[in-house]
Write a protein that binds this ligand. Sequence first.
Ligand code: TYD
Ligand code: MG
Length: 457
Amino acid sequence: MSRKTASFVCAECGASYSKWAGRCDACGAWNSISEDTGLAEGPKGKTIGTQRGRKIDLSGLTTADPPILRQTTGVAEFDRVLGGGLVPASAILLGGDPGIGKSTLLLQATAAFAASGNAAIYISGEEAAAQVRMRANRLGLSGAPLRLGSETNLRDILTTLDAERPALAVIDSIQTVWADHVDSAPGSVSQVRAAAHELVTFAKRRGVSVILVGHVTKDGQIAGPRVVEHMVDTVLYFEGERGHQFRILRAVKNRFGPADEIGVFEMTGLGLAEVSNPSALFLSERGDPSPGSAVFAGIEGTRPVLAEIQALVAPTTLGTARRTVVGWDGGRLAMVLAVLEARFGIGFADRDVYLNVAGGLRISEPAADLAVAAALVSARQDMTLPANTVFFGEISLSGALRTPVQAEARLREAAKLGFEAAITSNGIKTTGGVQLRTDPVADLGAFIEKCFGKIDR
Ligand code: TYD
Ligand code: MG
């Protein structure tokens, strides 16, 4: 007779027990243990991951132990953001606004993963399996041996996953999943938290990687993806401006790779296409040099990305001047404006300022300060900046320039895209061999003088 172990689990922490108890020893919660009907124990000796009570030594890794192999999904931009591929038994959260393309991305990635011989399952709580299949057909993925399901009950999902034991399971979306032991409506914080917790625990215990989709919600009734961020290994956000076809997948937390890594996609009529050279794409719509346009040589994660920063400065018609920013931080813009005004007398008080990062990219690096200042002053003076030149450097409150990290990678990328010069702080060091002229300046004052000459203040 096969012996069943763990058939009771704690809803709070996922600890499993062989018999019922009123209080969970692992997390101290009362009345949280219930019979785990959905999860039969797998064949003995085959369970992967942490069996209860089992400890391993840190130093015990021998050559006999297989190294952790990342599994590539076949969508290179997706693998890059994960840190080089999917780590087995990991839990990933993919957040983003509704309609941004999360389902499309994951359908394409899991289909590619399944096509390379891995068992994968895509469970949708939002669409019927037949609808998902229709979409997959339209995306040309119908040949992939991907299993599709449509379920919202957590028990049913866990039972399915336990029976199929895929290498990767996608749950689209976590807000539609409901656990019957939690007394609140689907999408509520306690439901989302409980469902995510059980799915993540399942992932670790059974060696199944799970990707949870989470819609970013504006409405307080539905829990957002932030509720589960701390439970998962990797948090990815899919971003983009609605009117643009570019989509950026960004790792904001990653236990197995660099955070802030980005993957760039383009939404086409046939799903998402990978963009392997994002700089060329972000600069593709740039016309002839015009006042208010500056090219920033940035770093996103480990990858250099060039982007155009556009500024417009117009006389204020209302009482208070407007500051509108798309793709950059409003607080940081206020700081750059204040430094220009207080240190160099270049005022914007009676002018509206609009700042935009072209292409729908969102920049968070302080190194963009100099490019922003360049665009602002160029717009205010109605003078173009030096042609074929990139700008980067962080501006301090005194107006001095700080040296940004990875200057050499930025210069190389700019040279690769045909730029001839870079204006940056004078502290940068390069090992040589970069086919680009660097024009270092000590501070913002020297920069303004260099680009615009004497300014009438
Ligand atoms: P979807 O993946 O359903 O978004 P999410 O899961 O994040 O809510 O994407 C929906 C949008 O993508 C929809 O507005 C249409 C667009 N789209 C395309 O432009 N081309 C396509 O091939 C597909 C599948 C979707
Ligand atoms: Mg969707």
